[in-house]
Design a binder for this molecule. Structure first.
Ligand SMILES: O=C(O)c1ccccc1NCC(=O)[C@H](O)[C@H](O)COP(=O)(O)O
Length: 207
């Protein structure tokens, strides 16, 4: 069984990027969505992404972006993966010719298999809670709503933290987990000990 990959999202400080990498994160998410309190500018994101060693993925996070905004981000920030977290259709994501993951905000009545079918080009589907402001809400969703038979990597997100991540991994067995609020002392300010505890919990659940 392959180990669960780990994305930590919403980093804004170099020391937090270094701590996340040292703790074993596989991917680092940069919020390129100005309304978010975790938003970073292209220059900030470029500085932070430059700290990533080989084999740690820089993820650019967008919410319903104008195409020109993403084009400029791709010119100025060394991103290996795009994450679309709004209401984007397949074509809105595919137009950049870069690998992407597509977030689904989960609540009762959302057909996740249909959602995935509407996003055939997405490398993975990130399942997040349905929160105000699109994401980063620190809220879990009912994991029993996750259907069997998703045809590509599932990234479990939404309200994960060092205390619940073992149960999350053991129950859902996702390809990856994603966390933001659960390893923070304030929005955008990550805590090294909390990140290390989160990753240790994932490794513990992987066995
Ligand atoms: O992090 C944000 O501020 C954010 C704002 C708007 C859309 C998405 C956002 N984050 C996307 C992520 O991938 C978060 O890690 C995910 O929503 C989980 O957040 P949390 O529940 O706080 O762990």
């Amino acid at each position: 069984m392959s180990r669960t990959r780990i994305k930590i999202c919403g980093l804004t400080r170099p020391q937090d990027v270094r701590a996340a990498v040292d703790a074993g994160a596989d991917a680092i998410g940069f919020v390129l969505y100005p309304p978010s309190p975790r938003h970073v500018s292209f220059d900030q994101a470029a500085e932070l992404a430059a700290l990533l060693p080989p084999f740690v993925t820089a993820v650019g996070l967008f919410v319903n972006p104008d195409p020109g905004f993403v084009d400029e981000a791709l010119r100025r920030v060394p991103l290996q993966l795009l994450q679309f977290h709004g209401d984007e259709a397949e074509a809105d994501c595919a137009r950049y010719g870069r690998p992407w993951i597509r977030a689904a905000r989960v609540r009762a009545g959302v057909d996740l298999l249909e959602f995935a079918a509407c996003h055939p080009g997405a490398r993975g589907i990130l399942l997040d809670a349905f929160v105000e402001g699109y994401g980063g809400g620190g809220k879990t969703f009912d994991w029993s709503l996750i259907p069997a038979g998703l045809d590509r990597p599932l990234i479990l997100s939404g309200g994960l933290d060092p205390e619940n991540v073992r149960e999350a991994v053991r129950r859902v067995r996702p390809w990856a987990v994603d966390v933001s609020s659960g390893v923070e002392v304030a929005k955008g300010i990550k805590d090294a000990a909390m990140m290390a505890a989160f990753i240790a919990g994932v490794r513990d659940a992987d066995g």
